[in-house]
Ligand binder design. Structure first.
Ligand code: ADP
Ligand code: MG
Length: 703
């Protein structure tokens, strides 16, 4: 065991109780975990503010000021009971508040004495107040050495900050440092460090926690980012090498009856040039003897499903089974219906398996797949359950990839002695380097051409005040025989309210669009499966003109006669989600419209998102803009939670340059020593293990 693997509870100031909270709230269990818990910002502890300088407009998140206590007292009752202290400096006054630990603070605080107060300012009617500030007498404060003055502020959670404040956390890191400072081994060989201009690891850790200067802080960040991305790249490159070395990919040399019958007799329209090219690329991959691992990017509506189907037919022609996995029940059912319809009259057999499959459907799928009678299985995550046994799985399609992880893909491999070819499809364009970091080792194909005859969707922004105008427009479109989606956001944290908005909206629409002239269907996650199906059917078959839904229809639903997409509270959706939703219309030859409804008051960022939607239909441009808007510093952002690798400091979008260098480093190291077996590479082996990928991922938060 490495020294840094020791339990965090042994650090002075931690102990059993806090260790438990640290693990539960932040996943910090060992000394190493704590050492890699980096500040997300730094404050200048040498700067002492005047009360008058601390205003709402100044936007300060932590401050310290020097003030005299002029009075203390109690306020509120029961659970609201709190202890308050009034403080004053020559420029103004402020209120300090404690809701917990009242006895303790009451005993220590002295009226008439001067303190250095440190904490998060908040404002009530323009007056400064501070909850649970940290206090030091001025004498105590003066006894510290000033150093560079930069003190780290560590990521925390509400529960954790109840037992461990900003200063407490800092103190623990100080104590930790005295324990571990002599125990830090640098995993990077000297030569590598020199080549990439990296400071030693020990110095990097020291300066990330206790920056001695801005410059050293920058170098520390650079070094630690490099290590993380190198760890990831060592994994990706090793996997790639292993995959290419095995050359145990299934061979699909034949183009046979299944493919040809479909191509010559069933294909409802000519393929676009881009579709043809991608099918050729896939075909080339499957005759090399290597296992294919390919990412297919194509904007919404570019016709990825057809490419998937024709690739699966190639597998069938060569005696293999294929499966296609979709992120939601509705999508899986839709793919199943589309594909079964397209394959009608051919000998290719299909089945479906989802979490909601009834006993009979499930039995048929499981038996058909195990016996080899079924050629193509379509479904949801249920496909990777242990019970699913394929007779001969040769090809796997994963639709809307960002909902599946490396780990889940790996589970598919174990369904065979030999790994199947894998095609992952996404409508969210991702730069190649980023795709590799997110999803591992992939080749990339792009469909950069929409089927002919599509008219670009026109996009408008309405405020809620323009609802009458909106209803008028809907009426007009419906009179032309078209259909309308009305989509509401559904965010976990505000689920109850979101459902209320949705049902209120549904009622309002039903009133304004009354039966029998109009039929409005509704579809959301709380409905019974059969009711949802019925709503979708009504809308698909044109019985209902309006579908009110949550973003379950976000991905992949296909109703070409729908020409209007109304998005309610559009400011609450992310750009890629908005673009996905818009892609639900504009699928037929008619002019289509996307209407973004929002309140009057919008944040700058929301406004930029909605404006961008009105300006362009180009998914690639929107994706780039999205990355910019969401910003590099958003470590806890949605992107991060979808990532296969647990990065603490590096951001594959913001640190592209380091990403490129680390990949170059990984390739050259592995070329010379594929197993990382030499003594100088032992540290790299450890680094590779640390970043070998997450076992469980939360995909629900990805937008
Ligand atoms: P996505 O890439 O978003 O998954 P789909 O595969 O759902 O797109 O295709 C969108 C629509 O375009 C479908 O209705 C499909 O039948 C149609 N389509 C696909 N390829 C072509 C083509 N080559 N020509 C005309 N229409 C096509
Ligand atoms: Mg699709």
């Amino acid at each position: 065991m490495e020294y840094l693997d020791n339990d965090i509870k042994y650090v002075a100031g931690v102990g059993e109780a806090r260790a438990k909270v640290l693990e539960r709230e932040l996943g910090i269990r060992t000394l190493g975990d704590m050492l890699r818990h980096y500040p997300f910002r730094y404050i200048d502890r040498t700067r002492i503010y005047r009360i008058a300088e601390i205003t709402d407009a100044a936007g300060l998140s932590y401050v310290q000021f020097r003030a005299r206590v002029t009075g203390v007292g109690y306020a509120g009752a029961g659970r609201k009971r709190r202890f308050t202290a009034c403080v004053q400096d020559p420029t103004g006054s402020a209120e300090l508040v404690w809701f917990q630990g009242i006895k303790w603070i009451e005993k220590r605080i002295e009226v008439g004495r001067e303190y250095l107060v440190f904490g998060r300012p908040s404002f009530y009617r323009g007056e400064l107040s501070m909850a649970h500030p940290e206090l030091e007498t001025v004498e105590q404060a003066l006894s510290h050495k000033a150093e560079s003055g930069m003190q780290g502020i560590y990521p925390s959670t509400e529960k954790l900050s109840n037992v461990l404040g900003a200063k407490g956390m800092y103190q623990i890191v100080c104590n930790l440092w005295t324990l571990v400072r002599e125990r830090i081994a640098d995993p990077l060989p000297e030569a590598l460090r020199t080549r990439y201009g990296l400071i030693p690891l020990r110095e990097a850790y020291y300066n990330i926690h206790f920056p001695q200067s801005q410059e050293l802080l920058r170098q520390a960040q650079y070094r630690l980012k490099f290590d993380e991305l190198l760890g990831v790249q060592l994994n990706i490159q090793s996997r790639r090498t292993a995959r290419l070395a095995k050359s145990d990919g299934f061979l699909f040399p034949k183009v046979g009856k299944a493919f040809n019958t479909f191509y010559n007799e069933k294909l409802p329209f000519p393929l676009t040039g881009a579709q043809k090219r991608v099918i050729r690329e896939i075909r080339q991959d499957t005759v090399t003897g290597f296992q294919m691992n390919r990412l297919l990017q194509g904007d919404v509506g570019s016709g990825k499903t057809l490419v998937a189907l024709m690739s699966m037919l190639l597998a069938v022609d060569n005696g293999f089974q294929a499966c296609m996995m979709a992120p939601t029940e509705i999508l899986a059912r839709q793919h199943f219906t589309t594909i079964r319809r397209m394959l009608a009259g051919t000998e290719v057999t299909t089945a479906i398996l989802t979490g909601a499959s009834k006993a009979r459907e499930r039995r048929e799928a499981l038996e058909g797949i195990a016996s080899g009678r079924v050629n193509i299985l379509i479904g949801t995550h249920a496909l990777i359950e242990d019970r699913v046994r394929f007779a001969d799985l040769g090809f796997v399609v994963i639709d809307e990839q960002h909902r599946f992880g490396v780990e889940q893909r790996a589970r598919l491999w174990t369904k065979n002695a030999q790994p199947p070819h894998i095609l992952v499809m996404t409508a969210t364009p991702i730069p190649r380097t980023l795709a590799m970091t997110l999803y591992g080792d992939l080749d990339v194909s792009v469909i950069d051409e929409l089927p002919p005859g599509r008219r670009p969707v026109k996009t408008f922004r309405y405020t809620d005040a323009a609802r009458l105008k909106l209803f008028g427009f809907m009426r007009q479109q419906i009179a032309l025989g078209r259909q309308v989606y009305v989509v509401y956001p559904l965010i976990k944290e505000s689920e109850a309210m979101d459902y209320k908005d949705l049902t209120d909206g549904y009622e309002a629409i039903s009133r304004d669009f009354p039966l029998p002239q109009y039929v409005t269907a509704i579809c959301h996650g709380k409905m019974k499966h059969a009711d949802k199906e019925e709503s979708m059917r009504q809308f698909k078959e044109g019985e209902a003109q309006i579908l009110v839904a949550t973003s379950v229809i976000e991905v992949g639903v296909d109703v070409p006669n729908a020409t209007v997409m109304v998005i309610e509270s559009a400011e609450r959706f992310g750009l890629s989600q908005l673009h996905q939703l818009r892609g639900r219309v504009g699928r037929g030859g008619e002019q289509s419209y996307c209407i973004l409804m929002s309140g009057e008051k919008l944040s700058r960022e929301s406004r930029a998102r909605l404006d961008a939607m009105c300006e362009t239909n180009d998914g690639f441009r929107l994706a780039e803009l999205d990355l910019k808007l969401r910003g590099a510093g958003d470590i806890n952002g949605t992107l991060q939670s979808g990532m296969a690798f647990d990065l603490k400091i590096a951001s594959p979008t913001a640190d592209v340059q380091i990403l490129t260098l680390s990949r170059e480093a990984a390739v050259s190291v592995l070329e010379a020593d594929p197993a990382l077996a030499t003594p100088e590479n032992r540290g790299l082996q450890e680094l590779r293990r640390r970043y070998s990928g997450r076992e469980e991922m939360d995909f629900s938060r990805i937008s």
